[in-house]
Design a protein around this ligand. Structure first.
Ligand code: GLY
Length: 357
């Protein structure tokens, strides 16, 4: 059964932790007397890795740590998962077989942000983004210079391809065209023993891609991370929405935070995460804000191609700990992992334009 922390219980817990200090600023004004559902940490990964990441992030928050530390610790767990083919190590490579990672981080306390794009050979791109945020006067670093920067800070270069993603890339490359020389010689290519074995992919408990991790800590500070290996087999050099502040991620310490996954091109053009936070500032709930942003994108395309609905999922949280998750289309609603003092749960949101019911 879902157990909410009431305002009084929250204060009792907080006081137990912190020598009587007021640990959540402006709480009465923020909650308007509603049950307090913060602190919390969430991720768009509603699978086993997401749950593990939430436990790690929660440890930071429960110990009185900062939201920005919690989201980094949680996102690192998803980045290092070799079986996750959309984020960090083990993510799908680009067209040339090279894994190029994008990530961003934003800290509501300081109105500060950092990001990296097309970063190769570094397992924890969100941690490099954090150094860009905290130790430079810049927001976004890209490509080989981002790699050189990371190495200056002591990050080790590693091969980010796993046997699984290398095999997937080779199979795709060989099947891409019958007008090049990839694949077995013509006189052998139809023989069964010359076919690349089809790998039977494990069925995950939730389809996911890029990940967003968002948190509100005991102090009422908000932070977020979006991290990804981007579109599988993308054109080398392509940058998605994840490292673009306002597109794949946005955080406002007075409002909440939002993140996007899915086809990044639509998210960049619509500044979707900024838009969601703006909608929440105007009084919309996180759930409504996610739905508003997806409808806004669909409306734009309707004028050009009425049948086109891009594939995205948006998630959002506000300072009261209310949640939002919405998928553009399909039959599965938007979902996310949620960790609060009351425990771990999966939040199920909505589909903006349901199909295939
Ligand atoms: N949303 C991730 C990407 O498009 O790269």
């Amino acid at each position: 059964m879902k157990r909410r922390i009431t305002r009084r219980r929250f204060f009792n817990q907080s006081l137990g932790l912190g020598a009587g200090a007021l640990l959540f600023k402006d709480l009465p004004a923020l909650t308007g007397g509603q049950p307090v559902q913060v602190p919390l940490i969430i991720t768009s990964h509603a699978n086993a890795t997401g749950k593990k990441a939430m436990a790690a992030g929660w440890e930071v928050i429960a110990g009185g740590g900062a939201a920005v530390d919690a989201v980094e610790k949680a996102a690192n767990i998803i980045e290092e998962d070799p079986n996750d083919m959309s984020v960090g190590y083990g993510g799908f490579p680009n067209e040339d077989g090279v894994v190029q990672l994008d990530a961003s981080i934003m800290d509501g306390r300081t109105y500060n942000a950092g990001a990296v794009a097309c970063l190769e050979n570094i397992k924890y791109p969100c941690s490099v983004a954090r150094i860009v945020m905290e130790r430079t006067d810049h927001v976004l670093m890209v490509g080989r210079d981002a790699l050189a920067f990371a190495k200056k800070w002591g990050f080790k270069e590693e091969d980010l391809l796993t046997e699984r993603t290398r095999e997937a890339w080779l199979r795709r490359r060989e099947n891409l065209s019958d007008r090049d020389d990839w694949g077995p010689p013509d006189h052998l290519k139809d023989l069964p023993e010359y076919q690349r074995p089809e790998r039977k992919e494990e069925v995950d408990d939730d389809p996911h891609g890029t990940t967003n991790v968002l948190a509100v800590d005991r102090n009422g500070d908000v932070a977020g991370i979006t991290t990804t290996s981007g579109l599988g087999f993308k054109i080398p050099g392509r940058v998605g929405d994840s490292p673009i502040i306002g597109a794949g991620l946005y955080v406002d310490n007075e409002v909440g935070a939002a993140g996007a996954t899915g086809r990044g091109e639509d998210v960049i053009k619509s500044c979707a995460s900024f838009y969601m936070v703006l909608r929440m500032k105007e009084g919309r709930t996180p759930q409504q804000a996610c739905e508003d942003a997806l409808r806004m994108i669909a409306d734009k395309y309707k004028k050009v191609n009425p049948d086109f609905l891009p594939g995205e999922q948006f998630i959002a949280i506000n300072m009261k700990g209310e949640l939002g998750a919405c998928r553009m289309t399909g039959k599965r609603p938007g979902r996310m992992s949620v960790q609060r003092a009351s425990g771990y749960s999966i939040y199920t949101g909505s589909v903006a334009f349901p199909t295939g019911q």
